[in-house]
Design a protein around this ligand. Sequence first.
Ligand code: PEP
Length: 256
Amino acid sequence: MRKKIVAGNWKMNKTYSEAVPLLYEVKDLLWKSKKGESVIKIIIPPSLYIHDFYETTKGLKNIFIGAQNCSYEESGAFTGEISASMIKSVGGSYVLIGHSERRSYFKETNEELKRKTDITLAHGLHPIFCVGESKDKRESGEHFKVVESQINESLFHLQPGNFKKVVIAYEPVWAIGTGLTATSTQAQEMHHHIRSLIEDKYGRILAEETSILYGGSCNEKNAAELFACPDVDGGLIGGASLKAKEFVEIIQAIPQ
Ligand code: PEP
């Protein structure tokens, strides 16, 4: 059975003195209830906090720490960048790759994201690879085509043994941070489409094993309906991951 995952992308939010209590609050709420125990929980704070967060959560079942980005270079004169080996060395397990904010503000291309995927895997990290269409592409009916080329150009060169370490997150750009959540029909339709692309490329077994998360204004009120879709295996949560109670309620909305 494929893994059910809820990941919280904190983006560029919270100073250190705000971040630590939030992590403890999430941890305490999770500790108090058995609900959601089997869900893989990934906290993705600003990279500066990865090591502390790892130390605070190490040994706890099904909790992992991730990074929001990494360089496609191994090491060297790339001021301001953070490498996959550094993330690994401070306890990170997952790396977000291709978030729409990286694609739009930092102009990251499918080719660069392919290199980031490769370097992440080479260092034993799991990519959470984000795909999704803009509002324009949705309105012109090109959403399937956009997602297909993002996956084709950045992931489908992988050998099956590496592909199975990848988590995919479908995040329609028009839904991120806007309060406009995709309907469960729209989410299921795209997740099913992604799974069929994987099946065509790698076969049914790998397609059935790949976790595909939904992201985009997912909150404690709409999570249960989205997570009830057969091809939605959890969520990538932005805004709502900054509120401990809401984030834990989203985790607990995963069908048991
Ligand atoms: C995100 O940034 O990955 C995201 C899904 O944000 P939000 O939940 O705030 O829409």
